[in-house]
Design a protein around this ligand. Structure first.
Ligand SMILES: C[S@@+](CC[C@H](N)C(=O)[O-])C[C@H]1O[C@@H](n2cnc3c(N)ncnc32)[C@H](O)[C@@H]1O
Length: 216
């Protein structure tokens, strides 16, 4: 008979294989979520009080070039975490060993992430929307709240209402601000939000919502 732990670890393994395969088979700049223009994220970062010494956690980082852009702007305390070891290896190979902290973990069944020190900002582009089970969403937000300092920020870029319903062959949950707010609770206030249309490498457009919350 399966126990809960073995079910959790087999679901983590399945998703890990899925994402490792995606990153192994496709060059970075051909991935369906690749972007080299991070101006929507920087538009929100400009509304924060973070400094170059702030601890920035990039959730579901994959091999994002946001890391390169942050390093180029002088941000030095970066943690990139993802379920896919392959993606983080690609990221580390590109930016250089020791430039950032790398953590392979599942945001819906966190293990190593539960042990890290608290951070000043949590940045998530396009990972939360893959957590479609309410228990996984609760785990994700519990982790975020347990790791974010008072006065810290949560920055989300997720698929918005009326847009795509799948990505990388997986179903997604579409977001609007009320859903972020109800998961975050009254301790968080919305600082800024806007809709953004992203054009992927195939030329398809995807509706995103970008939102910045501050922990009061
Ligand atoms: C659409 S990609 C976005 C990657 C990156 N944020 C970017 O903007 O390029 C989604 C990422 O979430 C990661 N991911 C999916 N489910 C995850 C989970 N449960 N825990 C941690 N990472 C996960 C995938 O491996 C993938 O790198």
């Amino acid at each position: 008979m399966k126990n809960e732990d073995s079910e959790n670890s087999s679901s983590t393994n399945n998703y890990q294989k899925h994402w490792d395969t995606a990153y192994s088979q496709t060059p970075n700049e051909k991935l369906g979520w690749y972007e080299d223009d991070h101006s929507p994220t920087f538009q929100l970062l400009d509304e924060t009080t973070i400094t170059s010494h702030s601890n920035i956690l990039i959730a579901g980082a994959g091999s994002t070039t946001l890391v390169d852009a942050l390093l180029a702007k002088g941000f030095s305390q970066l943690i990139a975490t993802d379920i896919s070891e392959v993606s983080l290896q690609k990221l580390e190979d590109r930016v250089g060993i020791g430039k950032i902290e790398i953590i392979v973990d599942d945001l819906s069944h966190p293990n190593k992430l539960s042990q890290i020190a608290s951070v000043d900002i949590w940045v998530d582009r396009a990972v939360l929307h893959f957590l479609t089970e309410s228990t996984d969403q609760t785990t994700y937000f519990d982790l975020l709240k347990s790791k974010l300092k008072k006065g810290g920020y949560a920055l989300f870029a997720e698929f918005g209402l009326g847009g795509a319903t799948k990505c990388c062959g997986l179903p997604i949950q579409q977001y609007e601000n009320d859903q972020f707010q109800s998961q975050l609770g009254n301790e968080f206030e919305l600082v800024s939000s806007f809709n953004h249309t992203y054009h992927n490498p195939n030329g398809d457009s995807r509706k995103y919502i970008y939102s910045l919350f501050k922990r009061i």
